[in-house]
Design a protein around this ligand. Structure first.
Ligand SMILES: Nc1ncnc2c1ncn2[C@@H]1O[C@H](COP(=O)(O)OP(=O)(O)OP(=O)(O)O)[C@@H](O)[C@H]1O
Ligand SMILES: [Mg+2]
Length: 389
């Protein structure tokens, strides 16, 4: 039993919580399941099929694809077959191809030792193991645009879309590879061979309408809040904010907003979330960065971001120079008794994550407007990371 007057279960607003139902994505789930439907009746015959899912932030791409993969796993199970899903978030699991394939191997077949194998050998080894043990897989590569942008290497696309050519004459037990990205901008970084194996017709997800966002939030709020703690009028307000041009339909932002406003209602003892609390939190949390973004950052990324925020604040400018950020990083590392870091690498990566804008070495700013209210949140995250490590 929760003692909170506001929340029944606040974890239901967390980005890590996967709801049982995804209202207004039923159609898309069905379409993905359809794409692979025949793989469970005739798995040996079904060819390796690739799919791209494209659409802006926070509109249910990841959730929908994972849900569809779960449905497919169940379909296989009904026929006493095994389909495993390997979900890889490349923003979290980034790094080079080698690290990604090793992760893939760990995900699908943790029993296989990967030591001493090259990237290609790992794939070959995995495919052989799957054939011998008669199980199948779907590989989901999320945030592929981030990987391509940060590594400028599209060969992972080439490899994975041609898994069926790895050992000619044999069946490929990986039945599907699904790529998820925010936009098709990353096509520009691919060479023609990579682009052609990827296929050119992505499945595009459109942002939710205001009514759809309301429905989605209504369902999440029923799980997360006590019945009296949040009204439909408040949920409609949040839906309106969420579909505004600034937020562009990002449901993750809406969930954050509800969580923070709920926390505020709790600490102010109002017994229910008020319109003012929503407005206040909306003014403070900046849409260009969400709690999930922050949680995905390493300590060095966080340090670099705080240093940039501090530099911008002290110079009162929209952009600062790299050397200014550097000096704030040194200061901060000293204060927190951390090792010095090479801030340039982290700023580049933060740019690939669309949190920072690096126009040149003399013009570095924050993506979108100010993130300055976030400084305490970032510092908190750095400190809590330290406790864990
Ligand atoms: N139809 C829906 N029903 C319930 N919750 C949803 C729905 N769509 C999105 N959400 C919630 O919104 C958040 C963002 O969804 P998701 O991670 O699937 O978005 P995304 O399109 O993959 O975003 P990004 O491009 O940032 O990765 C998640 O917490 C998810 O649970
Ligand atoms: Mg996603």
């Amino acid at each position: 039993m929760s003692a909170s007057p506001i929340f029944r279960d606040r974890s239901k607003l967390s980005p890590r919580y996967m709801p049982d139902e995804l209202p207004h994505r039923e159609q898309q789930i069905k379409q993905i399941v359809q794409t692979f439907a025949e793989s469970c009746s005739l798995p040996e015959k079904f060819p390796l099929t690739t799919l791209q899912v494209i659409g802006p932030a926070g509109i249910g791409k990841t959730s929908t694809v994972i849900k569809a993969a779960n449905v497919l796993e169940q379909e296989f199970e009904k026929r006493r077959l095994t389909l495993k899903t390997a979900y890889i978030n490349l923003k979290l699991q980034g790094g080079n191809k080698f690290a990604i394939y090793r992760f893939l191997l760990e995900r699908l077949a943790p029993e296989l030792p990967a030591q001493g194998l090259s990237a290609e050998e790992m794939l070959r080894y995995l495919l052989r193991h799957m054939r011998q043990n008669k199980w199948y897989a779907i590989v989901i590569l999320d945030e592929i645009d981030y990987l391509i942008k940060s590594t400028k290497d599209g060969s992972i696309i080439y490899d994975l879309t041609r898994l069926n050519e790895f050992e000619p004459g044999t069946n490929c037990n990986v039945k599907g590879v699904i790529f998820i990205a925010r936009s098709t901008e990353f096509y520009e970084k691919l060479d023609p061979a990579e682009l052609s194996t990827l296929g050119r017709v992505p499945m595009e997800f459109q942002p939710y309408s205001i009514k759809q966002v309301s429905d989605i939030l209504e369902a999440r709020c029923t799980l997360a809040f006590n019945p009296q703690a949040i009204g439909s009028d408040i949920i409609d307000d949040v839906a309106k904010i969420t579909t505004s041009r600034d937020i562009n339909g990002d449901v993750r932002y809406a969930l954050d907003l509800l969580l923070y406003a709920g926390n505020l209602a709790e600490s102010q003892g109002t017994g229910r979330v008020t319109r003012d609390q929503i407005r206040k939190v909306h003014g403070q949390v900046h849409p260009s960065i969400t709690t999930e973004d922050i949680e995905q950052l390493s300590r060095n990324h966080l340090l670099s971001l705080v240093a940039l925020v501090r530099a911008l604040r002290s110079k009162k400018k929209q952009y600062v120079e790299l050397k200014e950020v550097r000096s704030y990083v040194s200061e901060l590392s000293e204060q927190l008794k951390l090792k010095k870091i090479d801030v340039e690498d982290y700023l580049d990566d933060l740019e690939a994550r669309k949190l920072v804008e690096v126009r040149s070495l003399r013009e570095i700013g924050l993506h979108g407007a100010s993130l300055q209210e976030l400084e305490p949140v970032l510092l908190e995250q750095i400190k809590s990371g330290e406790k864990q490590s």
